[in-house]
Write a protein that binds this ligand. Structure first.
Ligand code: GDP
Ligand code: IMO
Ligand code: MG
Length: 432
């Protein structure tokens, strides 16, 4: 199974870090060991939690494979890199005894400079109640520069003259905007160049043609795991635009963000929570504003790993699951946090939307319709038992088994595994 994609099927924070770590370590010593774990989109807006022997780690820009000995971590060309955030994260993990020497960074990945996060924050402030609720990490402005063809790439850090020209080009209009529209001080080109150059020597040995590296690895039969960041509903094309991130978080983004062809991909796993959460603004049909929402938030510990913001909580949405299956060509779902649903008499699951009196079984065509979507619920019988100690599907209470089977049926994709706790071992395999 050489190329496996793991991605988010909802609005992020589904447990992609846990799923990546699980696959990477499951295969650790076998003939089918995972050789590479690759990030292909987003940046340090991501926050992936991995719990190993009760010890908690969080990765942001680094692939979660960094925690698996013997695995090479790759940051692909589609990622936007803040060198400051990259080295902070490497240093933090190294200080905790993690071997961070096996990291390879694409020469073509774009750089997030400090002015990108300044612009991210001032833009959000100016949007007022229409703000996206970004992480403020400069992700959108860095991708905007990439598409505008005024971005700075990793390779540019190794030539001072080119870097200076590019920073000048990038700041030209931005400084006008900062000073005249946002009433901010203009950013000095020299200071930015100096800061970026200060990272160059440390970065240089990590930089490679990662597309060539990964294609050769696949030619040799090595196994490559592509670790998604953000999620389908945050994808700039397929998500709830404009309340999205600025990259392609769907499976297609893996091809452009790594430089591999679609025919290379063998398996696409969508990670999905047994309920739904979202951080930031934007529509969310099954969102709860009552004590059930409060209970999901509390029992699920639904606080963001990157920004510490509370996550909005709601019931499982099978319309979204079907949509994610379709736009990503999912082969499997990995259902997380089933343990959080213990102790409800009945668990509602959204099976369709009522939009202005019309039933929609699939995602409506337009965002305006989606903004008016009211969930149509089916009610499944709940269970009271603590299931965090279950290790096989048969260990689950009958109603929890029925819940998983109903979700599989409604979502149109087989559920490969179920998470019953944050730990690596707290996982049940439903289908091998
Ligand atoms: P990611 O961004 O998709 O990697 O997910 P996050 O790490 O941001 O958020 C998922 C949270 O759920 C983390 O705190 C995980 O430790 C935790 N988690 C993952 N799977 C499970 C599970 O099956 N049960 C419980 N209770 N927690 C889980
Ligand atoms: P992981 O990989 C949840 C959300 C932000 C905001 C929107 C745009 O941990 O699942 P951005 O800073 O990207 O321009 O913000 O996207 N967002 C996430 N929400 N999990 C994430 O990553 C997210 N990355 C971005 O909250 O609504
Ligand atoms: Mg997260």
């Amino acid at each position: 199974m050489p190329a496996i994609v793991i991605l988010g099927a909802q609005w992020g924070d589904e447990g992609k870090g846990k799923a990546t770590d699980l696959l990477a370590t499951q295969h650790e010593s076998g003939a089918d060991s995972i050789d590479f774990v690759v990030r292909t989109s987003g940046g340090h807006n991501a926050g992936h939690t991995i719990v190993v022997d009760g010890e908690k780690f969080a990765t942001h820009l680094l692939p979660s494979g960094i925690l698996t000995p013997g695995t090479t971590s790759v940051i692909g060309n589609g990622v936007v890199i803040s060198p400051e955030a990259l080295f902070r994260e490497l240093d933090e993990l190294a200080a905790r005894g993690v071997d961070v020497s096996r990291l390879v960074v694409s020469a073509n990945a774009h750089i997030i400079a400090s002015y990108h996060s300044t612009i991210d924050k001032v833009t959000e402030r100016f949007l007022g109640k229409n703000r996206i609720g970004t992480t403020g990490r400069g992700i959108g402005p860095a991708y905007a520069d990439k598409i505008n063809r005024i971005g700075i790439r990793v390779a540019d850090l190794f030539d001072e003259s080119i870097l200076t020209q590019k920073v000048e080009g990038s700041l030209d209009v931005k400084n006008q905007l900062l000073a005249k529209a946002y009433n901010r001080r203009a950013v000095a080109v020299d200071a930015v160049v100096e800061e970026l150059l200060s990272y160059a020597e440390r970065l240089r040995p990590m930089v490679a043609d990662t597309a060539l590296l990964l294609n050769r690895a696949l030619d040799e039969g090595k196994t490559v795991l592509f670790e998604g960041a953000q999620a389908t509903m945050l994808d700039v094309d397929h998500g709830t635009y404009p309340f999205v991130t600025s990259s392609n978080a769907v499976a297609g983004g893996v091809c452009t963000g790594a430089g591999i062809g679609p025919t290379r991909i063998d398996r696409v796993i969508g990670v999905i929570k047994a309920y739904t959460t979202r951080v930031g603004s934007g529509p969310f049909p099954t969102e709860l504003f009552d004590e059930d929402g409060e209970k999901l938030w509390k029992v699920g510990g639904e606080v963001g790993v990157s920004t510490g913001r509370d996550r909005r909580c709601g019931w499982y949405d099978a319309v979204i699951a079907r949509y994610a299956s379709r736009v990503n060509g999912l082969t499997d779902l990995f259902l997380t946090k089933l343990d959080v649903l213990s102790s409800w008499e009945r668990v509602p699951v959204c099976v369709a939307y009522d939009i202005n009196g019309v039933r929609h079984d699939e995602m409506p065509m337009t965002q305006s319709e989606f903004h008016h979507a009211k969930p149509v619920y089916e009610f499944l019988d709940g269970w009271w038992e603590d299931i965090s100690g279950c290790r096989t599907f048969a260990d689950l209470p009958k109603n929890a088994q029925a819940y998983v089977e109903a979700l599989e049926e409604m979502s149109g994709t087989r559920i490969w595994g179920v998470g019953v706790g944050p730990g690596r071992e707290q996982t049940l395999v439903v289908h091998e």
